[in-house]
Each structure stands twice: as C-alpha cells, then as structure tokens.
Write a protein that binds this ligand. Structure first.
Ligand code: FUB
Length: 343
C-alpha cells in the first residue's frame, strides 16, 4: 500500500478512529496481497474520498450484474512531486456503493508493448460478455498520447492488449498541434448497438467503433463545446443524451444535451465546480439501483493530496423535470445517509 489516511478523518469520534485504525491494520496486513482486498466497510466507507489507502484518479464506472465496478488510474507521485506518475490502473467492486473490494491490479502500462508510460484516464465497457478497456498511454514511437484497448472475460481482469498496437494515435488527429489531445476515451453503446468512442483534450473527438470494439468505423469527427478541456463522458437518461466534460482549467464539469448521439449538442452549463485541491475533476456518471451518481476525483487527502495525488469521490446526481441535470453538491460525507446519521 502506498499510503493510509488515518489523518483524514481526524476530529471524528474515537469509535470511528478506532475503526479506521483497525481497517488500516487490516490493509497493512494485506499489503502484499493482490487478490480481493476489502478496502472499505459500512463502518469506514462513508465519506469522501471513498478510497484512502491509495491515491486514485480519473474514475470510470461500469454497472454489470448487480455490481458497480470502479476503474481508476493510480496516482503514484511522491509527496511534493508536481507531475503525474501513473503506471497502472486499479479496479474496485461494490454491491451497494458503500462496501468496496479492491481486486488484483487488472492492467499495467507494460501490457501495451507499443507504449512507454502514463496510465492516464480510461474507460471500460461490456459487450457480448467481454470487457473492453480503453486506455490513454504515451506511445513509444509515435510522438504523443494514444489510446489502446485491452480485453478480458471478466470485469476485474486480467486484461490483455486486444490489438497489439494503438487504436488511436496523435498522427490520426490533425485538429490541434498539441501532443496530448488523444486522451481520455469514453465509449458509449447506443440502443441500436452502434458503439462510439469520444476522447480529446482541447478538442472533443468522436468516431464510430466496429462491432468488434477494436477498430474505428468511419471518420474521426469533432464536436464544438464551450471551453472543452478534456474528459468527455456520454450517458443517456430517458430520451436525452448527455455529454459531460472538463471545462476550463482548473477544471469544472460542464455538459451538453442532445436528442441524438451524433448531435447537435446544446450546451447546458456547469454541472460541477472545481473539485477541492485538484486542478482536474474527471467525472463518471452512472445509475445504480434507481439512483444516479456523480463520480469524480479531488485532492483532499491531507497532507500530500493534490493535483497529482488525487482521490475518487462519489456524490448524488439529480435531474430536473425538463431533463437538465442539477448542479452536483460535492460533500465530505458522501452517499451513505444511514451511517452519517449514526455519527
Ligand atoms: O490523470 C491524467 C490526466 O489528468 C487525465 O487523463 C485527465 O483527464 C486528467 O484528469
């Protein structure tokens, strides 16, 4: 384990502190275990960030078979290091959004032999019983960031490179001069089975995917969105498509809506404010058991948390009657009202 966060909840009850100490001892005793480690129980899961023994960033979530799978990048930058150090991705699962189990590391940059570093933002989707993990990495020979795909028969992996080369490289997108515009994939499968991949930094790109999920199907297009920085996420609610994204820098989250996955998209405003102590925000949006959730990261873990040592948080998401989304209220107590009452 890279870090425990006993200091995080200081000021709460002794009982709670004792519970945290016990949990940390349990975590410490599991330090060399790579399989199915319970990282949070009803006792200590309440509150944001939801994971405190490791720094986790760029959440993506998948609802499958009555469970939520949370995929995240692993921020490994040492204290005071101002830059991303990210070599692997992590996976956690939960039957109830409160109790989270950490599984063995499912994917490492080294799995992509053609890549050299940077396990940046990613997204996992399921199709026909297979799980496809779209991952941002730095390409070893084509200058710039790129997107690879790994595949597994299980949502917790292990995942293997599905292509043996990148799906998207910087030389395929000529809309900007920068080397890091091909990041942050988000895949959406429409009701008619057509899959799309969205991605980008400063420019929002999208393209169709073939049924095999590992080839683009047609041209790369762009979407004009005000102050688009990065981190697109597409979801559907009733008859509306939503495209949320990181807005400006430091990042808020903004969103647009459309009746059609291919647009036109109408900008609707800010969904989430700048997340505490982090210049990035990186949202995922899911519905689970009748409730909508907004998953993001902040830099709130004392003393070393920050923009390069981030932590995943979850808060509720609500819709208005007209389909627009209410602004997210970021909380420290998180999404467990029963346990909050018990404090
Ligand atoms: O984690 C590295 C980068 O920071 C991600 O790709 C962006 O979305 C931002 O969160």
């Amino acid at each position: 384990m890279t870090k425990t966060a006993l200091g995080l909840k200081s000021g709460k009850t002794l009982r709670r502190a004792a519970s945290l100490i016990l949990s940390s001892m349990l975590l410490a005793s599991c330090a060399t275990t790579t399989q199915n480690t319970t990282v949070a129980t009803t006792e200590n899961a309440v509150g944001n960030p939801i994971i405190t023994h490791k720094y986790t960033a760029d959440p993506a979530a998948l609802v499958y078979d009555d469970k939520v799978y949370l995929y995240a990048g692993h921020d490994e930058a040492p204290p005071r290091h101002e830059g991303y150090v990210m070599n692997e991705w992590l996976v956690f699962s939960s039957p109830d959004m409160k109790n989270w189990t950490e599984h063995a590391v499912p994917l490492d940059v080294k799995e992509f032999k053609w890549a050299k570093s940077d396990a940046w933002a990613s997204h996992v989707v399921e199709r026909n019983g297979k799980f496809y993990w779209y991952s941002t990495v730095e390409h070893a020979t084509i200058p710039g960031k790129s997107i690879g795909v790994a595949v597994s028969d299980s949502p917790i992996g292990p995942f293997k490179d599905a292509i043996g080369s990148a799906l998207i490289t910087n030389d395929m997108t000529k809309h900007t001069q920068i080397f890091w515009d091909d990041i942050d994939p988000a895949v959406f499968i429409d009701d008619n089975g057509q899959a799309y991949i969205f991605w980008g930094n400063t420019v929002c790109h999208y393209a169709k995917l073939k049924d095999n999920m590992i080839e683009l199907d047609g041209p790369i297009k762009t979407i004009q969105l005000p102050n688009f920085t990065e981190a697109p996420w597409v979801h559907k609610n009733k008859d509306w498509y939503y495209l949320s994204y990181a807005y400006q820098f430091p990042e808020k989250t903004a969103y647009a809506m459309s009746r059609n996955i291919e647009g036109p998209w109408e900008y609707k405003g800010i969904l989430n404010e700048v997340a505490g102590n982090s210049n990035t925000n990186h949202q995922a949006i899911i519905d689970f058991k009748g409730q909508s959730y907004f998953i993001y990261h902040n830099g709130s873990i004392p003393t070393d948390g920050g923009s390069f040592r981030r932590s995943v948080c979850i808060d509720y998401l609500y819709y208005n009657e007209d389909g627009t989304m209410k602004r997210v209220v970021m909380t420290t107590e998180g999404i467990n009202p029963v346990a909050v009452k018990a404090q």
